[in-house]
Write a protein that binds this ligand. Structure first.
Ligand SMILES: [Zn+2]
Length: 148
């Protein structure tokens, strides 16, 4: 991926974080998911007064991606986030997908047969870690072990 595309996807993830519904934690996370044809779907975390019903940005974006172009088309997942301050999300700590989201990304990877690139960025975009889902979730559980 060229640096322009990478920068655009990080910007989209950061923009999506600004649209999170996170009144309880005030920790906003955004995610941009790109398909092989360059199409992008975004999502953000959605909290709920019943805390356990909260939804991560990655799963929100994966749902949008499924509707826009299908999970099997995904090549890249980009996540960025941090605590919301008066001037927007802040912080230089890299945000990586949680364990549950790694499993959801692995599901998409199993559909496509490709190792999805996962780019994790800080709130400001100043710090970036590029990995793959197989690196983030080694020896993961997948449909290949289910009967049928
Ligand atoms: Zn998550």
């Amino acid at each position: 991926m060229d640096s322009t595309t990478r920068g655009r996807l990080i910007a989209l993830a950061r923009e999506a974080a600004g649209k999170a519904h996170a009144p309880y934690s005030r920790f906003h996370v955004g995610c941009a998911v790109m398909a092989a044809d360059g199409s992008v779907a975004t999502g953000a975390n959605m909290e709920n007064a019943c805390y356990r019903l909260g939804l991560c940005a990655e799963q929100s974006a994966l749902t949008a991606a499924q509707h826009a172009f299908g999970l099997a088309a995904i090549t890249h997942v980009v996540v960025a986030g941090g605590p919301m301050t008066g001037g927007g999300i802040a912080g230089d700590d890299i945000i990586t997908p949680c364990g549950g989201c790694r499993q959801a990304i692995a599901e998409a990877a199993s559909l496509s047969g490709r190792d999805i690139v996962v780019i994790s960025a800080s709130a400001t975009g100043s710090e970036v870690l590029e990995t793959t889902i197989s690196q983030l979730l080694p020896h993961g559980f997948g449909a290949d072990v289910l009967p049928g």
